[in-house]
Design a protein around this ligand. Structure first.
Ligand code: HEM
Length: 166
């Protein structure tokens, strides 16, 4: 194994850990944290707000790692002669969905910084607020993340297939 191969394995490993942390964190947030947050916000307890901030900071780190490692993986794959147009098409779809995920995270950050009350508004909000919340919400992040994992497995299979047909 060459140093370059070892480096790319490390990049892929880092990418997978950051992706798993984000997706796992989102599952925890939606199914464990959020139901409690609604109750605690009503009682004015600041603990869960502090935890939400901590969660945002972890997701921020994951995003930086995903973009850096994803870019390295991208160049490694597209410069390989065995890469097919199908691979490029799936990769482009994946990057599109990832960009959507990053945009949602950025919007949630901004609104959290502005008022720290997005979730409170969501509880009380009207239909439009709720629809907006659904299109920019953490639940959509989870759905996109699950789709991206699926596309990444397809990419892996396509890449191995391309190598074996070389
Ligand atoms: C800038 C955005 C991103 C780019 C350019 C990118 C690019 C890539 C590339 C080129 C691969 C290698 C696929 C192959 O095996 O041929 C990969 C793997 C992967 N990506 Fe991404 N990615 C990005 C964001 C994300 C996000 C947001 C997630 C999930 C939340 C994610 C999850 C994964 C997973 C789970 C793998 C498989 C890793 C493995 O096989 O060990 N990626 N990515």
């Amino acid at each position: 194994m060459t140093i370059n191969e070892l480096f790319m394995i490390t990049v892929q490993w880092t990418h997978a850990i950051a992706a798993t942390t984000w997706l796992g964190g989102s599952i925890f947030y939606i199914f464990v944290f959020k139901p409690q947050q609604k109750k605690f916000l009503a009682s004015g307890n600041p603990l869960l707000t502090a935890l939400a901030e901590q969660f945002r900071s972890i997701i921020g780190t994951c995003i930086v790692i995903l973009i850096a490692s994803g870019t390295l993986l991208l160049f490694d794959r597209i410069t390989d002669p065995s890469t097919t147009p199908t691979y490029i098409a799936v990769l482009a779809t994946k990057i599109g969905l990832a960009t959507w995920m990053f945009t949602i995270a950025r919007r949630r950050w901004k609104s959290a910084r502005n008022s720290d009350a997005q979730d409170r508004n969501m509880v009380k909000g009207n239909v439009i607020t709720k629809l907006y919340g659904m299109s920019t919400g953490i639940n959509l992040t989870l759905i996109l993340g699950i789709l991206i994992f699926f596309l990444s497995d397809i990419l892996n299979a396509l890449f191995i297939q391309g190598l074996s047909e070389k």
